[in-house]
Design a protein around this ligand. Structure first.
Ligand code: COA
Length: 700
């Protein structure tokens, strides 16, 4: 992993491409570094100048009077390779390359970027960018970017794949008084990527909350491991835009078609404890709450409002966002009843009425914050003729001091009438939103973070002593030798059996009598299925016969299937007919896998059968470190779970066996990367055990 201590806290900085012209980025960077309060040595580098902004200028990096710990490069792209090489030769270990004109511009730019990457690798240099704004650290302090302004010191680190977003958030943050520890503009992520910075700020004592805006991740496994470690230390909130490439690939399996575009990211965030937000406003709403408020001890929320409407909106949102309305104790209700006017609502949401001044808010908020049944409180204030927003804000600040363990957030609704009150709250670290919804969303984000982190503690991953990887390898080798991409049903059944997944016995036969002999040994009833990697929907072409009860039925069945295939698909090669034991009907499930380009195997579980794509009762998880807890959660998320628990008097299914099968399945698809897609559909679940009836496996 990268060591970014000297990157963010260098003893000396060179700006290569420093310029005297105030309109050039090379000039802005020099100004930003010197005006940020940076106390280390600063060396502008420019072959044509002797002095820039009062600093001695050097013609090249090797002429700098002391070792350079960080070089910020702002020369045209045609010069970058030469300059970076010179940095490497001079022993510089940390680079920021501002210059654009690399892979974002096409093939030539991509080649340039590859060479840049290899120079960094050759000289063991860590590089931010290229094509980035740079970075800011308010604690060093240093502004090694060309963004105007310097943020207030704070405890939020913002890592962004969009440079423009860094510039605009920086500007906005100073206007709303929000403090940051670091701003990092990732650029093209050629060398250092989001994972390196997440890892660093997770251990940074000046950072309490990590915010990320990303369009993709550079390395799926590295991201998963890093995010999991980081989110156990502090909240990691991510806004991810764009769609994953997995969805762009045409999917040939049910699972592939169900997986869609973004599910691998969704699963990755869920499994690593990341809080995913869907909008920029949510990203910062949540950041403000996390930066200033304690994590709530539970999900019970109290509302104090001076108007019924917003109180109802907040109540609805509490339900929508998986929180609970707090039930007050008798004492709280009694005291609220004693001190509030008779028309007030003394139950949750507490309505202190439209003519409430600060004293009523103080009393009601104090009482509910004291209540043992309340984990957090939201104060709603609608601007009105007699409201006292500033005094109310001051009362909230006092109350919060006496309740450091419980979050208190507010929504002051209005414009000028409430602005000063809202600013008073924000300055004291009480998040104040414009409307109830973001206030509730922020509390919900904090509660779900607490839940997730708690769950991440239990990470038991199943291990298996009885798996037979050799058999799987030999089946796959045979398929490859035959130049096939799809396994026959009999091969697929054998393959999953080798990993301990119970599969219905399936035997390939090539003659009618052979099929009938096999059926005699197997025991009736049996199913016959045409065996051809080219025929995916066997039933549609008359390729399946169920419930055959005798030697003669099987023999005839074989002949009829072959005739039908001859008729419907005369040019398709057929390997024979598979004889399969006809299993008693169980609950029909699907277990599938599709491979995501970034995160590897993505596992699907849900209600199986022929309507799987219509019903779409399927949930997903990444196979990477899939824990028992996560498998149980995956099963629990589906409607199939209600059936499995015993629906309408049916006996419950063997959920333990399903958990075991999913664990083994995850191991199988992780161990064999050449398996690209799998559908086990249906998997019959019984009150004791399970059986995979139809298995389709595709390899690369
Ligand atoms: N060593 C040191 N200085 C050098 C040099 C070298 N090898 N080669 C050139 N320079 C100097 C130039 O002489 C110039 O100084 P001057 O003003 O005294 O003449 C300075 O470096 C800058 O070079 P210049 O050719 O004037 O380029 P520029 O400032 O117009 O543009 C970039 C350079 C990097 C800003 C530009 O190429 C670029 O990439 N812009 C986009 C940046 C961006 O958007 N990044 C992503 C944000 S999300």
């Amino acid at each position: 992993m990268a060591n970014l201590t000297s990157f963010f806290n260098p003893k000396s900085i060179a700006i290569i491409g420093a310029s005297k012209s105030p309109e050039k980025i090379g000039n802005v960077i020099v100004k930003n570094i010197t005006s940020s309060g940076y106390t280390g040595m600063v060396f502008p580098i420019n072959p044509r100048e002797k002095e820039i902004n009062g600093l001695v200028c050097y013609p090249s990096i090797n002429m700098a009077p002391a070792p350079v710990e960080l070089a910020v490069i702002s020369v045209p792209s045609t010069m970058v390779l030469e300059v970076v090489k010179a940095c490497g030769k001079s022993g510089v270990k940390n680079l920021v390359v501002i210059t654009a004109g690399f892979k974002e511009t096409g093939k030539k730019g991509l080649e340039l970027e590859k060479t840049l990457a290899s120079i960094c690798h050759q000289y063991k240099m860590q590089m931010l960018g290229p094509n980035c704004v740079g970075f800011i650290d308010t604690h060093t302090p240093i502004n090694a970017s060309f963004a105007a302004g310097f943020p207030m010191k704070g405890e939020i680190a913002f890592i962004s794949q969009s440079g423009a977003m860094v510039i605009s958030i920086l500007d906005w943050s100073t206007s709303v008084g929000l403090g940051f520890s670091k701003f990092i503009s990732l650029g093209n992520k050629t060398n250092l990527n989001e994972a390196h910075f997440i890892e660093h700020v997770a251990d940074d004592p000046n950072t309490k909350v990590i915010l990320c805006y990303i369009e993709d991740v550079e390395n799926g496994t590295l991201f998963l491991e890093t995010a999991r470690r980081a989110s156990r230390k502090k909240p990691l909130i991510i806004l991810k835009s764009g769609i994953s490439q997995a969805g762009a690939r045409a999917a040939s399996s049910h699972t592939g078609a169900l997986a869609g575009s973004d599910l691998a990211y969704e699963a990755a965030f869920l499994q690593s404890g990341v809080i995913r937000v869907r909008s920029m406003s949510e990203l910062f709403d949540l950041a403000i709450a996390f930066a200033n408020q304690p994590i709530p001890g539970g999900e019970r929320v109290a509302i104090i409002t001076n108007s019924g409407g917003p109180g109802i909106v907040a109540t609805d949102n509490i339900e929508l966002k998986n929180l609970k309305m707090a039930h007050f104790t008798k004492d709280t209700i009694k005291e609220l009843g004693q001190f509030l006017p008779g028309e007030s609502n003394i139950y949750n949401p507490v309505d202190v009425l439209g003519d409430a001044k600060a004293d009523r808010y103080r009393l009601a908020t104090n009482k509910v914050m004291d209540d043992q049944g309340v984990d957090s409180a939201v104060v709603l204030l609608c601007a009105g003729g007699v409201t006292e927003p500033v005094e109310t804000a001051r009362a909230m600040i006092e109350i919060k001091k006496n309740h450091p363990e419980k979050p208190l957030v507010a929504a002051f609704m209005g414009g000028e009438l409430v602005a000063e009150g809202a600013n008073t709250l924000a300055a004291a670290g009480i998040p104040c939103y414009n409307f109830p919804e973001p206030a509730i969303s922020s509390l919900s984000g904090m509660v779900s973070y607490a839940r997730n982190i708690h769950l991440l503690e239990d990470e038991t991953v199943l291990t298996y002593q009885d798996i037979d990887a050799k058999s799987v390898r030999s089946i796959l080798n045979q398929v490859k030798r035959d130049n096939r991409l799809v396994l026959l049903g009999s091969e697929a059944a054998k393959l999953i059996s080798a990993y301990g997944i119970p599969a219905t016995t399936t035997i390939l036969t090539t003659q009618p009598e052979e099929a009938a002999d096999v059926a005699e040994k197997m025991g009736y009833p049996v199913v016959l299925k045409v065996a051809s990697p080219r025929i995916t929907h066997k039933t549609d072409v008359g390729g399946v016969k169920f419930g055959l009860e005798s030697f003669e039925e099987v023999r005839k069945g074989f002949i009829e299937i072959m005739e039908k295939i001859q008729m419907y698909m005369p040019r398709v090669a057929v390997n024979g007919v598979e004889v399969q034991r006809m299993m008693p009907k169980g609950t029909e499930l699907i277990i599938g896998m599709t491979r995501d380009i970034q995160f590897g195997p993505l596992i699907a579980f849900g209600l199986g059968g022929i309507y799987v794509n219509l019903i779409k009762d399927v949930s997903f998880r990444l196979a990477h470190r899939l824990s028992i807890r996560e498998i149980k959660k995956l099963i629990g998320e589906t409607k199939a779970y209600s059936l499995l628990r015993g629906y309408r008097g049916e006996p419950p299914a063997d959920i333990g066996a399903i958990v075991e099968v999913i664990g083994r399945f995850a191991k199988l698809v992780t161990d064999f990367p050449e398996i690209t897609e799998v559908d086990i559909n249906p998997l019959f679940a019984y009150s004791k055990g399970v059986s995979a009836v139809d298995v389709k496996i595709t390899i690369s």
